[in-house]
Write a protein that binds this ligand. Structure first.
Ligand code: ZN
Length: 223
């Protein structure tokens, strides 16, 4: 990885694979922008009031995902803005569906050049995913702030980053876990498969300690 070029890093993985944590660690280390679709979408909504955007507000309020076409447009527009000042962008779980991948990935490649794009899959088993989800607490203000349940971190604990409150994001029940598993298999994996057809994907063992996952990513980036 050379430092004079603008770089995009795509991180994929099951929910609870630690991709958010890794994106944050990496962003702190290399000074890149940490991009999540949900946060950028919420920001975008604040500054746009067209009919398409208004519809996303309603979807979001009812707990649904933003529409793929709108999301793709938003991601590309935000990317164009961010990359003007950032050295690079780390996409945390974006694109989330095949449609988004088809619209977003080739554009980013065209924009920054194939040699400046890195794609990682942080791999954990289904069993490990279930174990982790039960212990995870997420900030209700910024989903990039994720903590593991402990004596110091309980539901209702103020987020150490000083914004929201920590909450279990996924209810500890079988239906929600199954839904997340299905979502990953039916939505995220087709996106990853599509990208795999266009670009090299580096698989990282996500069941290692956080620092080791980080080291593997740094090594693969040639840093
Ligand atoms: Zn927070």
């Amino acid at each position: 990885m050379t430092t004079d070029k603008k770089v995009a890093i795509f991180l994929f993985g099951r929910p609870a694979s630690g991709k958010g944590t890794q994106a944050k660690l990496l962003a702190d280390k290399v000074g890149f922008y940490h991009f999540t679709t949900s946060r950028e979408g919420k920001e975008y909504i604040k500054t746009h009031d067209d009919a398409d955007t208004k519809r996303q507000v309603e979807l979001y309020k009812s707990g649904k995902l933003f529409e793929a076409e709108w999301t793709s447009h938003m991601v590309l527009e935000k990317t164009g803005e961010i990359i003007k000042t950032a050295k690079g962008i780390i996409y945390d779980g974006t694109p989330r569906t095949l449609c988004e991948a088809q619209a977003v990935f080739p554009e980013v490649v065209k924009f920054l050049g194939k040699e400046n794009i890195y794609v990682f899959l942080i791999d954990i088993s289904e069993g490990e995913f279930k174990k982790r989800v039960e212990k995870r607490l997420t900030c209700n203000f910024d989903s990039r702030h994720i903590y593991v349940r402990s004596e110091s971190f309980m539901p209702g604990t103020p987020c150490p980053e000083g914004d929201g409150v920590l909450e279990p994001r996924d209810l500890d029940n079988k239906e929600v876990l199954q839904m997340r598993t299905d979502e990953y298999a039916n939505k995220t994996m087709p996106a990853v498969k599509f990208i795999e057809g266009l670009h090299n994907i580096v698989t990282i063992n996500g069941e290692q300690p956080i620092e080791d996952v980080h080291k593997d990513i740094i090594k693969a980036l040639g840093l």
